[in-house]
Design a protein around this ligand. Structure first.
Ligand SMILES: [Zn+2]
Length: 250
């Protein structure tokens, strides 16, 4: 899918420059505005204010550092903390789909920069960065894992060890359209840390990277595998998250 490039002199370009300095990319090159119209860019809802420390949900008021929402307090997850750069809605969905279905390396650089901004505190404390993996059959079809396309420039930009193969996905199968319970079942036991890589995980705080968080089930299953392999803690950073992470789980 190739969409026309927006006019870089447009109002949206200016807005984006406010959101991110033009040289905020991992390669140091001036920013591009990949693939979306200026209007679409301006509709992206960034999560800039205070958030739940556990799931990254935006809070209406600043409740202080390290405070979790009621849902996270009631049912803590296996990952300790999560941050998302923007809300997952119609505007950001287009962006994420482009990352999934096309070779958009300039887009992955931009989105990694967004994650870098939203998850700065998590990255600062991370001993290593790892992507949520794709099953090898799917990887074969798609040619690349979008989570890895985000995690790699993020690790490079922040000088953190990058562990592309820290997790292996044992079960194939998509999650689209599944209920929260269905998603949880689909990913239960779906991940493992290969024996060879345990030494890179043991005792470390791992930052997991993915494109979207909808129920958190995938990240939870990944965190379980990493913790079993001896990770000290697991955090999560994504481009976009649904507004109500827990609403679909009740
Ligand atoms: Zn929460």
């Amino acid at each position: 899918m190739k969409l026309p490039r927006p006019d870089i002199r447009s109002a949206g370009r200016g807005l984006l420059d406010l959101i991110l300095p033009p040289r905020a990319f991992d390669d140091g090159a001036p920013a591009q505005s990949p693939g979306l119209s200026a209007e679409a860019w301006s509709r992206i809802v960034f999560i800039d204010g205070p958030v739940c420390d556990g799931c990254g949900a935006p809070f209406p008021h600043d409740l202080g550092a390290g405070v979790c929402c009621a849902a996270c307090t009631a049912r803590p997850r296996l990952f300790s903390r999560a941050r998302a750069a923007c809300l997952y809605d119609e505007a950001s969905r287009d962006l994420v789909l482009q990352l999934k279905h096309a070779d958009r390396t300039e887009l992955s650089g931009l989105l990694a920069a967004w994650i870098g901004r939203a998850a700065a505190d998590l990255i600062a404390e991370a001993d290593a960065i790892a992507p949520v993996p794709m099953h090898r059959w799917r990887l074969f079809r798609r040619r690349y894992n979008q989570a890895a396309e985000l995690a790699r420039p993020l690790a490079r930009r922040f000088g953190r060890p990058y562990l592309p193969d820290a997790l292996r996905r044992l079960k194939a199968g998509g999650q689209a359209g599944k209920s929260a319970v269905g998603r949880r079942r689909a990913v239960a036991g779906a991940f493992e840390v290969p024996k060879m890589l345990r030494k890179h995980v043991e005792g470390r705080r791992i930052l997991l990277v993915d494109d979207v968080m909808t129920t958190g089930a995938t990240a939870d299953a990944c965190a379980r595998a990493l913790l079993r392999a001896g990770a000290r803690a697991v955090d999560l950073a994504v481009v976009a998250r649904v507004r109500e992470l827990h609403a679909s789980e009740t």
